[in-house]
Design a binder for this molecule. Structure first.
Ligand code: NAD
Length: 362
């Protein structure tokens, strides 16, 4: 079977980093027999310019036929003045919603060579390896009613609704338990059950899933404590599962523990295993076109794609090991370089990963 992968370079540094992912996927095809076909489409600002909308119907159609999609990043100041529905970021929200990508997986892994780049002391963070599983299509970001209205006393008020169905909680819970089974067997469910009814149900449903996963030890933590524990003793966590709003905040917090935004991959999955894979960072207009972008978050996103959508866990391991070897060899993009280090440009970093892969192929 040949896998179909849709490549969505997007804007600014997006095309630069996706070009490196293209090289890696072609190397896996040449050297390891990965049967993959790459197609390209527009999403974001480039789609607004070329086709008048951030998510063209043709892009969505290709995504529906693909086994997985890889996104660079979208957005930039030149599109900030557009009406909300034509902005690049709308394209991203729309593709997630259209494809039912309810499970967001964000690993925060600290490569030992980069321990010095973290804002925490190396002894607190070295060896960090957390996976945050965030519910992505429900909760307060999508709940109705919502809006801004005028109260009877004439004062305006903004309001949103935090709502989770037991089915939505169970669905994300299953993803998180399965991930914990594959990893260290620890799952921490994060909620605010002391205050919110939606969290009370969240906790009840998560607890109900536990007996079917005897290999996983489930714990519960309030979100305020979880935020504190993440910066106090982050290595206590293996997999964390939480709702959309809490996950948004906690995953960014965990991301910063690793030091560089240029190292963090992510996956957004549907119920059938299709996934949209993308680096956590944005389109970095400030460094676009200068060879300064770190492509490793995108290459680690390729590894996640191989593992979660293409059933090629062995190749996923190889890509991650190749990235680790390149870092161990001392190569650093500008964002990772310490003062005095020589700086490796984007394309050379991608080439180094390809070389490390080829060296393993023999
Ligand atoms: P950003 O993540 O693009 O950049 C923040 C800082 O990190 C910048 O200094 C940038 O140079 C640096 N950086 C980011 N990625 C890097 C990489 N791979 N290598 C080295 N340095 C890197 O966030 P921002 O500046 O707030 O947003 C820029 C644009 O990206 C905005 O239009 C925003 O809406 C969009 N955005 C898109 C996504 C997405 O596509 N998923 C996510 C976040 C922001």
């Amino acid at each position: 079977m040949t896998y179909r992968v849709l490549m969505l370079p997007g804007d600014h540094i997006g095309p630069e980093i996706v070009a490196e992912a293209d090289k890696v996927l072609r190397c896996l095809a040449d050297a390891f027999g990965l049967a993959v076909e790459l197609e390209y489409a527009n999403l974001g600002g480039c789609a607004v310019d070329a086709e008048g909308t951030p998510l063209p119907a043709s892009t969505l159609g290709l995504a529906r036929q693909a086994d997985a999609a890889l996104l660079g990043a979208v957005g930039g100041p030149e599109w900030d003045g557009l009406a909300r529905e034509r902005r690049p970021e709308r394209g991203l929200l729309a593709i997630r919603a259209e494809l039912g990508l309810f499970a967001n997986l964000r690993p925060a892994i600290l490569f030992p060579e980069l321990a010095g780049a973290s804002s925490l002391r190396p002894e607190v963070v070295s060896g960090l390896d957390i996976l945050i599983v965030r519910e992505l299509t429900g909760g307060i970001y999508f709940g109705d009613p919502r809006g801004i209205r005028e109260r009877t006393d004439g004062v305006r008020e903004g309001f949103n609704t935090l709502v989770y169905g037991a089915d939505e909680i169970a669905r994300i819970g299953q993803v998180a338990f399965a991930a914990a089974e594959r990893r260290g067997g620890q799952l921490c469910s994060v909620d605010k059950a002391n205050v919110l009814e939606s969290s009370e149900l969240w906790r009840e449903v998560m607890t109900g899933l536990a007996p079917s996963h005897p290999g996983v030890e489930l714990s519960h933590m309030y979100v305020d404590n979880a935020a504190m524990q993440l910066v106090r003793a982050p290595r206590q966590f293996d997999v964390m599962v939480t709702g959309n709003l809490f996950g948004d905040i906690l995953s960014d917090c965990a991301a910063m523990l690793t030091g560089s935004i240029g190292m963090l991959p992510s996956a957004s999955l549907d119920e059938q295993g299709f996934g949209l894979y993308e680096p956590v960072h944005g389109s970095a207009p400030d460094i676009a076109g200068q060879g300064k972008a770190n492509p490793l978050a995108t290459l680690l996103s390729v590894a996640m794609m191989l593992r979660h959508s293409l059933d090629e866990g062995d190749l996923a391991d190889r890509v991650e090991q190749a990235v680790a070897r390149v870092l161990a060899s001392g190569l650093r993009t500008a964002d990772l370089a310490a003062p005095g280090d020589s700086v490796t440009p984007t394309a050379a970093m991608g080439d180094a990963v390809v070389e490390a892969l080829r060296a393993e192929a023999g």
